[in-house]
Design a protein around this ligand. Structure first.
Ligand code: THU
Length: 161
């Protein structure tokens, strides 16, 4: 028996203003996208903005459904759109802002497990790490240097062959 240990590391910025300006601009797009979320059931709104290596910025937000499991998270809405429209492009980074409609969330909200799995697919496909920045509606912003960092012991295509 041996122990295999993997570490996850995130960096936390005090607020939006501590970010490099291009990243802050991407986060502003995520915040804008959050304002268009369709979340009448959970009242939890999420916006995502991703930057492609062709310079395009793609945004998405959570889309809920009366049949709850039919809804989709913001991150997957955005990355599936990017994958469908720009299959050759690489995703450089994604900014995510998530907040309750009742009170402005002020802590960084990491993407859910299903979104991590969806995002890591593209990270593996493009052989290029995707930087993730995530925050609430205000306050601190967390950064992960890759999706894999948030999903150690990943299930990816390498196990299928
Ligand atoms: N949600 C996202 O959009 N992204 C996540 O990573 C976690 C959760 C959405 C799904 C649902 O519409 C609402 O937030 C509450 O779970």
């Amino acid at each position: 028996m041996k122990e295999i240990k993997k570490e996850s590391k995130i960096y936390v910025f005090d607020d939006l203003y501590e970010l490099p300006s291009d990243v802050a601009q991407l986060m502003e797009k995520a915040i804008e996208a959050r304002s268009r979320a369709y979340a009448p059931y959970s009242n939890f709104e999420v916006g995502a903005a991703l930057l492609l290596d062709n310079g395009q910025i793609i945004t998405g937000n959570n889309q809920e459904n009366a049949s709850y499991p039919s809804g989709l998270c913001a991150e997957r809405t955005a990355i599936y759109y990017a994958g469908s429209q720009y299959p050759e492009a690489k995703v450089i980074r994604m900014a995510i802002s998530a907040s309750s409609k009742m009170t402005a969330t002020d802590t960084p909200i990491p993407p859910c497990g299903a979104c991590r799995q969806a995002m890591v697919e593209y990270e593996v496909k493009q052989i290029h790490d995707i930087e993730l920045y995530f925050m609430g509606a205000k306050g601190a912003v967390a950064k992960s240097n890759s999706v894999m960092n948030l999903l150690p012991f990943v299930f990816d295509k390498t196990v299928l062959f």
